[in-house]
Design a protein around this ligand. Sequence first.
Ligand SMILES: Nc1ncnc2c1ncn2[C@@H]1O[C@H](COP(=O)(O)OP(=O)(O)OP(=O)(O)O)[C@@H](O)[C@H]1O
Length: 356
Amino acid sequence: MRQLTPPQQLCIWLNQFSHPCLRSDWASQPGLVYTHEDDRYHIELPFAANTLADELRQWIAAQADRPVAGDICVHIVPKTLQTQVASPVKGVKNIIAVTSGKGGVGKSTTAVNLALGLAASHARVGILDADIYGPSVPMMLGTVHAELAVRDERWMQPVLSHGLYSHSIGYLMSQDDAAVWRGPMASKAFQQLLNETEWPSLDYLVVDMPPGTGDIQLTLSQQMPLTGAVVVTTPQDLALADARKGVAMFEKVNVPVVGLVENMSYHICSQCGHREDLFGTGGAEKMAQEYGLSLLAQIPLHRQVREDIDTGCPTVVARPESEHAQLYLAMAERIASHLYWHGQVIPDAIPFTHLK
Ligand SMILES: Nc1ncnc2c1ncn2[C@@H]1O[C@H](COP(=O)(O)OP(=O)(O)OP(=O)(O)O)[C@@H](O)[C@H]1O
């Protein structure tokens, strides 16, 4: 079907709709709004953002001064963005690394809820557990006993759960075996996970990186065609000092840092609702300002978040209406939109070739 340029007054009218995930001239960007010969108008949001799409549909329905007569449909079609490392992973449009300078700050919990949050926007999403020394994604997704299928004795098939495709070294061997690997072995194992997994076509692949900023993390960041990186920290000085090293590492390898997630930001007592800043306050916000980064989310320390992840059903799917799930969903939309607005789109027509 032939695409026609939409009337300019439609784009100007749509630009009146504002949202934190949009720029003020969003509708005037090439390709976002178009019309078909059937007199319907289409808005293609180029990143995963279901809440935004719903709000936009409601806004359109509520306006009395619509400048065109035909239906206006809103779709989500995530675009592929350019990366520093040129060789793409077959079938994968965008790769987001989730890292932390320090262990135990909630990086994997954030990565899993981010991936499920992107999937909640009807995006096709995978998660690769690159935390080779402590793979926790299978436990968090309830897939510890999953049998990994392999095609032609080479191509590993990711495991599907909660609508999310996952792969982890944890599906291949016991955690104790992986924990004794040294740098080159770990990096080789990771290469295999990255290149010999037969991902279905994915809009986003979230990579749960090993904690820290040493050689192994640096090598992984250079091996992967990363669209962007998210750094998880707590408000504690110690974690923030390590998060700074994480930001510096990605800058060194020219991977754009999308922003910071402050996990365990505060604690709400499940008995009385009292709020307590267990690990201090304001640290990540100050660091974000210092580095010119976005503070993408502040996630409280809450028993339910821990219980959900321990039972293999993370909060975003276990209780999607809860306050915590909403924080993760907003975080996912903010990350997806930031990547798009700060990236360069690769036209869909370019075919992918597999990394060898
Ligand atoms: N916001 C939160 N509220 C409650 N518990 C949390 C929260 N975030 C993480 N946890 C819990 O803290 C523990 C550590 O979390 P997680 O495994 O995600 O950290 P990590 O940074 O990935 O650790 P590692 O460095 O070992 O890979 C887990 O038991 C997890 O359930």
